[in-house]
Design a protein around this ligand. Sequence first.
Ligand SMILES: [Fe+2]
Length: 217
Amino acid sequence: MTGTTVLRLRDRDIAVDDTMRAAILDEMPEIAWIGDAALRAKVLDAWAAAVASAGFARIGDMKPSGNYDGLPLRHGTQADHIRSVARMALKIAEEMDTLFPDFVYDRDLLIAGALCHDIGKVWEFDPDNIARWKANPRKSGYPSMRHPGYGIHICLTAGLPEEVAHMAAAHSAEGELLTRSLENTILRWADHTFWMVAEAGAMLAETDDWTAPNKTA
Ligand SMILES: [Fe+2]
């Protein structure tokens, strides 16, 4: 894709260009697995704008944990978590599809939704936000909203389909209040599996001494 897309986040018009898109694709090459070109472009634009809106240079500038106060991975980035979840979700669907002809899922939506499921972490994991919430939790809440909440905002702002916004919105505990789609159910368990296996496999640090890189934007 070429050209500039402008997305408004945090009261700022963020111009997404090809350099920013290339950087996101470099961190999450699985975006190229999305067959529909328009959907693929929207995932790239959403992530590029989301990262820039928080002043991060890359997805990997976010702490590699499930929640802002959770223990981080010893190795690997937040992008690696998201990639791994997307790859696991697709494997689950492909496995079911292999043996059960009545299993019908939407491959593009599954990949796009899985790759966007934690996009709202650019809000929840923003060190400036965390410091502000910590200073006066009675005013802001702590956090003011979790990543699923802010993820809906980004997805809809970027013009992503309702099904993808649903996966960002309800992959986690928030989804207990509604009925998850098939693709979101697969994602929910792939995401849960990732963190359970990471814990059992001693992939999580024993203490949280993760320091956020300096913001660049
Ligand atoms: Fe996740």
